[in-house]
Design a protein around this ligand. Structure first.
Ligand SMILES: [Zn+2]
Length: 160
């Protein structure tokens, strides 16, 4: 199957799986290749560039194409894990809600400000919240002017 490839780049799937510590179905499969600064595995696309995130490659190889506007998340919270059973595609908003539910906290300028009423993860969730302003304000206990400035990126500018 891999014959006659000569010195050409080998298929991504082949290069990918030789760098995975494949274990039992429910265990984390750690990426043995390089990790980026945030702890996600990376692998070069065919030809070396661009660098792809290993867990996204695993998802695309084993599950299917990542739907538009979706990110690939870890159910196990282990960024170096590429077990496709631990990966799921979610919108950025779902991902944020998942992080909030798991109680993961992101340190950022706003969080360190003791007068800040909202955490970064809440601000991001608010920006992706498609409900009526009234409902969002009620849930977070903020004024509609505060909501507007968050949505317009006038405040919390460092957040996506
Ligand atoms: Zn895992």
């Amino acid at each position: 199957m891999h014959a006659h490839k000569g010195r050409q780049a080998r298929p991504l799937a082949e290069r990918f799986w030789e760098k995975v510590d494949v274990r039992g179905e429910s265990e984390c499969w750690l990426w043995l290749g390089s990790l980026d600064t945030r702890g996600y595995g990376t692998i070069g696309a065919n030809g070396g560039r661009p660098l792809l995130r290993a867990h996204r490659v695993s998802f695309e190889l084993e599950v299917g194409a990542i739907p538009d506007g979706h990110v690939v998340c870890h159910a196990c919270d282990n960024r170096a894990c590429v077990n496709p059973r631990h990966l799921f595609a979610a919108t950025q908003r779902e991902n944020v809600l998942d992080m909030v539910r798991k109680g993961r906290r992101h340190s950022s300028a706003g969080d360190r400000n003791p007068s800040a009423k909202l955490r970064s993860d809440q601000v991001i969730a608010i920006r992706h919240d498609r409900r009526r302003s009234r409902e969002i304000c009620a849930e977070y206990g903020i004024a509609s002017s505060t909501l507007l400035s968050i949505k317009r990126h006038e405040t919390w500018r460092h957040l996506p």
